[in-house]
Design a protein around this ligand. Structure first.
Ligand SMILES: Cc1cc2nc3c(=O)[nH]c(=O)nc-3n(C[C@H](O)[C@H](O)[C@H](O)COP(=O)(O)OP(=O)(O)OC[C@H]3O[C@@H](n4cnc5c(N)ncnc54)[C@H](O)[C@@H]3O)c2cc1C
Length: 545
């Protein structure tokens, strides 16, 4: 084996996968056909939940803020005729707003993909467990029961075969791997083709000071599209709808002057890329030892900024499972819960993104036809409201044990965070002190399993430690506020829906794996049975010791 895991594609998703695997002690080789990061801006929204996951890699809010749109630009979405012309309306977008809230230790950022991809790439290149090979193209895969083989060529014409236990395909929206694996994409293809323009212009940011926004939608005879400020100064990007064939940099500069409403603007176009919107999902995310991740698995409309965030959340879902199987503390069946857990969430995100694209079009149409603009703006409020898909992320089925409570299905709570701590749901953020140092509950979760109980829960702690040792499972356990406990916190029992003698087991991806709201008779047996479900290890279920 050249490495336990080969990763095809060193975009944000592939790089993130390598970093998370390394965090779990798994070596990988990343194979990326480009020589450098694509400088054209693409996705920008880095959600709160994504930042929480990045926090686990040591990527701080300060680091992202330094390369993102200033926070003052992130409060509202603005709909205008032209950038400097009549305003049609505006809606609040709390889930894009870069300000702290009580429900998370992190803030979201509007950070252009090529800039934060560089943050990830730098980390990967510094990491000893990651071999990041650029200018290297994967040409095919063969799989046996024991291994995967990739045929690889580099820019010097050297060809070789690399072998691994598992392969992750993060090779983007036009992934050739899907064809190699016999996977089909289903959903709505070819929703629209937009022309994506990256440009510099002085003075425009000053002209829009009364309507600064992460997204400025324009709809007038001069054109229909959306402006996306990148640094709040001179760097911008826009997406042009309905551009004619052959539209070039000169046409783009004219379009920008027309839809900005200022014919004197000195526009310097850096790059233009056509981009076709789809809302499609792979019919399988796993084929034997190969997995599809990111845009290779699902391509979402950009409206709502859920595409790349979903890709990164899915990586977080799979990497601990893969590490567990490779290290031997999880059963191989656990890998199948990647598709089982992520499919519904991704479908709901795709539907929501699609609705946003329809709603955005309806505003301009209502304005131009003298229709119900206020109604169209109300409909569009959902664009910046996706906390349920982010902080409230939950799985309906998978590697966790239900506790008889019925959390609200994600379909019904995709826009709001409903503070659930039921099994399958992202564990809530609360502040704790660990050995006197202020930490988030989330900081306890990402190395392994974590059991939390109250000050009457010492038997849970003993059971967790014994099972961890006996079955070689990475697990930490705390009786919060118990005498001598290093972990202290107030009001956390209410957030987690527990009594002092209840317990919650959180998985390494920060989702609740098991919860017992009150005490049980046989702690070890109860916990062994829960771990057997969370890890797909049937021998644990039979534990009687
Ligand atoms: C022009 C454009 C504009 C976009 N705008 C938005 C937006 O506004 N909002 C939004 O949410 N999303 C947007 N997206 C989508 C967003 O960029 C993707 O969701 C994101 O890039 C997905 O990351 P990824 O790592 O899965 O794939 P990618 O970023 O596509 O990375 C895939 C990588 O795999 C490499 N690769 C492919 N095949 C091979 C091979 N055979 N061998 C080796 N390497 C290979 C590629 O070179 C690439 O680096 C846009 C995309 C484009 C193209």
């Amino acid at each position: 084996m050249n490495a336990p895991v080969l990763i095809v594609g060193g975009g944000p998703v592939g790089t993130f996968a390598a970093l998370l695997l390394a965090k779990h002690g798994v070596r990988s080789i990343v194979l990326e056909r480009r020589a450098t990061i694509n400088p054209h801006p693409k996705s920008r929204s880095v959600s709160r939940r994504t930042m929480e996951v990045m926090r686990g890699l040591g990527i701080t809010d300060e680091r992202l803020a330094a390369i993102s749109l200033p926070a003052s630009w992130t409060h509202v979405l603005v709909y205008t005729t032209t950038l400097t012309g009549a305003e049609i309306g505006r809606v609040h977008c709390p889930d894009f707003t870069s300000v702290p809230i009580a429900d998370s230790p992190c803030v979201p950022h509007m950070s252009s993909q090529e800039k934060y991809e560089l943050v990830l790439r730098d980390l990967a290149e510094e990491c000893e467990l990651i071999d990041f090979r650029v200018s290297t193209t994967v040409e095919g895969i063969t799989q046996t029961d024991q291994a995967c083989e990739l045929l690889v060529s580099n820019s010097h014409g050297h060809r070789e075969t690399l072998t691994s236990e598992y392969v992750l395909f993060a090779d983007g929206a036009s992934s050739p791997a899907r064809q190699w694996l016999g996977v089909q994409m289903h959903g709505t293809h070819d929703i629209a083709t937009v022309l994506d323009v990256h440009f510099d212009v002085d003075g425009l940011s000053d002209q829009v000071q009364q309507r600064i926004a992460p997204l400025l939608f324009v709809a007038s005879d001069a054109g229909v599209g959306v402006y996306q400020p990148i640094d709040g100064m001179s760097e911008w990007r826009c997406q042009i709808f309905g551009a004619a064939d052959g539209f070039d940099a000169n046409d783009a500069a004219n379009w920008i002057r027309g839809t900005a409403g200022d014919e004197t603007l000195d526009v310097h176009v850096r790059s233009i890329r056509p981009w076709t919107m789809h809302s499609i999902l792979a019919d399988r995310f796993q084929v034997a030892r190969a997995f599809l991740l990111g845009d290779a698995a699902h391509v979402l409309p950009p409206t709502g900024g859920l595409g790349l965030n979903s890709g990164l959340h899915a990586v977080h879902n799979l990497m601990w499972k893969l590490a567990g199987v490779i290290h031997g503390w999880a059963g191989r069946g656990l890998l199948e819960t990647y598709d089982q857990e992520r499919r519904l969430v991704t479908e709901i995100s795709a539907q929501s993104s699609f609705r946003n694209s329809v709603n955005f079009g309806a505003i301009g149409n209502a304005y131009r036809s003298g229709g119900d603009v206020a109604g169209a703006l109300r409909q569009a409020e959902s664009y910046g409201r996706f906390a349920g898909l982010d902080l409230g992320l939950r799985y309906a089925d998978g590697a966790f044990c239900g506790d008889g409570t019925q959390p609200t299905p994600l379909e019904q709570t995709s826009e709001v965070y409903d503070h659930s701590a039921a099994p399958g749901v992202r564990a809530p953020h609360v502040w704790f002190a660990l050995n006197g140092k202020k930490i988030s509950s989330l900081d306890l979760f990402d190395q392994g399993f974590c059991l939390l109980t109250g000050n009457a829960g010492s038997e849970w702690v003993s059971a967790a430690r014994q099972l961890g040792e006996k079955y070689n499972i990475p697990i930490t356990a705390f009786a919060v506020n118990a005498v001598g406990s290093p972990l202290v916190g107030s009001d956390w029992l209410r957030s987690y829906g527990l009594q002092e003698d209840g317990a919650v087991l959180v998985r390494p991806d920060g989702h609740i794996g098991f919860r017992s709201q009150a005490n049980v008779e046989d702690h070890q047996r109860t916990l062994a049975s829960a771990l057997s479900v969370c890890l797909c290890r049937s021998e644990l279920h039979a534990d009687r010791s």
